[in-house]
Design a protein around this ligand. Structure first.
Ligand code: M6R
Length: 607
């Protein structure tokens, strides 16, 4: 989604802002811009496309002296990704410049109203109404904070916004509602940003803003106000201990590959302090005060949704808890039956996905407890949950989610073990075996990953001419098949469908021919004979098959891809990187933009 950075300090602002925008590139964007005040004039420079285009325009201008400014990377929602639609937007008198993330839902009626008053618009964006409204209230004699409040009182939707004005060139005002905004505190310089990495090299002291808060920064001061009462709010800065290196590629060609290869460490970090291999037990402090639910409702999007589907098998088998798994954008608009004794579990890597947040707000409104599973400290999902389990995967930069899913699966497996044991459906011996398997897993995975990448690379070349793929699985490998298909689609742009193998014969098998390969997830488990029967149906129609399986499984298919076998459901953790690596190698072979696939954003903070 869009990225915002605002800088007010003692250094030249534009290089700081461009540096910050580059660290926000991973969010995905299609145009960018900056604004600053210089020689008592408000200047904006904007460009369609990547930051290099903007940098070239800045180079050709004179932006050397400003020490305060705003930057924005836009991911188009209203209006094409053109220069006119890029932020910052200005008021008619060029006194104000504004950047915005989110969606102004009632912008059409506001725009009509402003146009009837003679205001002319220069973009098709929803955002532009904000800057004209603020300007209108200023013209009525209000001061800047009051004009921002009056504007936001008229607005429906979500926003993180920042404003500079020509009359106070060192001052930035910013506000948030349902879109992330963070304050970074330096010495003689302060920042606002949509995401911490924007200013991480310069400060680790941050203040997380809450919904409907307004902030003012200058080089030497910061203040936060409640947008309802306009009273000042006391905020405590927090220290962020992230390593900047952790957000860099670490020698790999792409963030995605680095993140796939980090999964052994991710399993270690996510289980650290949560399993006791000596005792063979699971300790999840975070959920000790949450009653075990009668029904569990899992709500998530994309890859996080697949993690939820996967975990359903464990919750039902191990803890005998009925589970419903919903795509968040569906959950929020149906009438889910939620009872007080149920629990809503939201899963989100970013913790900012608009639909997932809306789902958890519905639960909260109905008085149902919410457990958030997310990766980003202080994110909205985390802050709005009754309890939160951090997946501890570290920053995930690649738009295609990989290690985050691995960490979500680990955390979900731990919860299922904890509840299964507490409900006495699992013996202590069973939990001991699971814990032993989990503590050995990082090593097994670490040893296997390099060979898996080689194999993935060769297989990707062999299958690179395919324009469509089926991914088939059974049981808990069906959600993994869906995830494999999603990965292939999003980074290589090859059409792929993840399907329950047993469902093929009810229609999709009509698509099978010699040009339509099937990626079969064929672990050596009790469902393998059933899966093999389905694969024979595919073979009988001339469909090529690539079978991911275990040594000695007896799967008689070529090509076969064998990965090491471990204990029970932990095998999913070795199938997952195989699927990720296959998609990765395919995208690399086909020359695609692996880390920033077209049309996608890392964090989907709009509906
Ligand atoms: O941050 P979240 O986990 O809430 O994000 C959910 C989806 O937007 C995300 O998983 C998306 O599907 C990824 N592009 C998958 O690789």
């Amino acid at each position: 989604m869009c990225g915002i950075i605002g800088y007010s300090g003692h250094r030249p602002a534009i290089p700081m802002i461009m540096d910050g925008l580059r660290r926000l590139e991973y969010r995905g964007y299609d145009s960018a811009g900056v604004a600053f005040v210089q020689n008592k004039r408000l200047e904006t420079i904007r460009a369609q496309g990547k930051l290099d285009q903007l940098a070239a325009k800045i180079k050709a201008s004179d932006a050397a002296h400003a020490t305060t400014g705003l930057g924005h990377t836009r991911w188009a929602t209203h209006g094409l990704p053109t220069e006119d639609n890029a932020h910052p937007h200005r008021d008619s008198g060029s006194h104000l410049a504004l950047v915005h993330n989110g969606i102004i839902e009632n912008y059409s009626s506001l725009k009509r109203e402003l146009q009837s008053q003679g205001v002319s618009f220069s973009s098709q964006t929803d955002t532009e109404v904000l800057v004209h409204l603020i300007s209108g209230f200023l013209n009525q004699g209000q001061d800047i904070p009051q004009a921002i409040k009056s504007t936001l009182d008229r607005v429906d939707g979500s926003y993180a916004l920042a404003v500079i004005n020509v009359h106070n060139p060192e001052e930035i005002w910013a506000a948030r509602h349902s879109s992330p905004l963070i304050l970074g505190l330096g010495t003689g310089e302060n920042y606002v940003a949509s995401d911490i990495p924007a200013f991480l090299p310069y400060t680790r002291e941050v203040v997380f803003l809450e919904d409907r808060e307004l902030v003012r920064i200058t080089p030497s001061s910061w203040q936060v106000f409640d947008l309802r009462s306009m009273q000042e709010v006391d905020k405590t800065p927090q220290h962020i201990s992230w390593d900047v290196q952790a957000a860099q590629k670490g020698g790999y060609r792409h963030f995605m590959l680095k993140e796939i290869m980090e999964q052994p460490e991710v399993i270690r970090d996510c289980t650290s302090g949560r399993i006791d291999p000596e005792q063979g037990s699971v300790v999840l402090e975070e959920i000790q005060d949450l009653p075990i639910p009668e029904v569990l409702h899992i709500v998530a999007c994309g890859t996080s949704y697949h993690a939820g589907l996967w975990a359903k098998y464990l919750f039902e088998k191990w803890a005998q808890i009925p589970v419903q798994v919903d795509i968040a954008s569906e959950f929020r608009y149906r009438s889910p039956i939620l009872r007080k004794q149920d629990l809503v579990l939201t899963i989100s890597q970013s913790g900012e996905t608009a639909d997932t947040l809306a789902g958890q707000r519905i639960a909260a409104e109905q008085g149902v407890k919410v457990l958030g599973l997310c990766n980003v400290l202080g994110s909205s999902v985390a802050r709005e949950s009754d309890a939160v389990i951090y997946t501890q995967a570290g920053p995930e930069i690649s738009v295609a989610s990989t290690k985050a899913m691995c960490s979500q699966m680990v955390a979900l497996l731990l919860i299922a073990l904890d509840w299964g044991r507490k409900r006495s459906f699992l013996s202590s011996d069973f939990v001991r075996r699971a814990v032993a398997g989990l503590s050995d897993l990082p090593q097994v995975m670490q040893a296997a990953l390099p060979g898996m990448q080689d194999r993935a690379s060769r297989l990707a070349q062999d299958f690179s001419r395919a324009r469509s793929f089926f991914y088939l699985g059974r049981g808990m490998y069906t959600p993994l098949a869906m995830e494999g298909a999603l990965k292939l689609k999003e980074i290589s742009y090859i059409h792929a469908e993840g399907y329950a193998a047993g469902e093929m014969k009810h229609g999709p098998i009509a698509l099978i021919d010699a040009d339509f390969p099937t990626f079969a997830l064929a672990p050596a488990d009790e469902l393998l004979p059933k899966l093999q029967a389905n694969l024979q149906e595919v073979q009988a129609r001339g469909g090529p098959i690539l079978a991911l399986t275990h040594p000695g499984s007896g799967v008689d298919i070529s090509p076969v891809w064998e990965v090491p076998q471990v204990w029970g459901p932990l095998n999913s953790f070795l199938f997952l990187p195989a699927l990720q690596l296959f998609a990765y190698e395919m995208a690399v072979y086909l020359g695609k933009d692996v880390d920033q696939p077209r049309n996608l954003a890392k964090s989907v903070t709009v509906e």
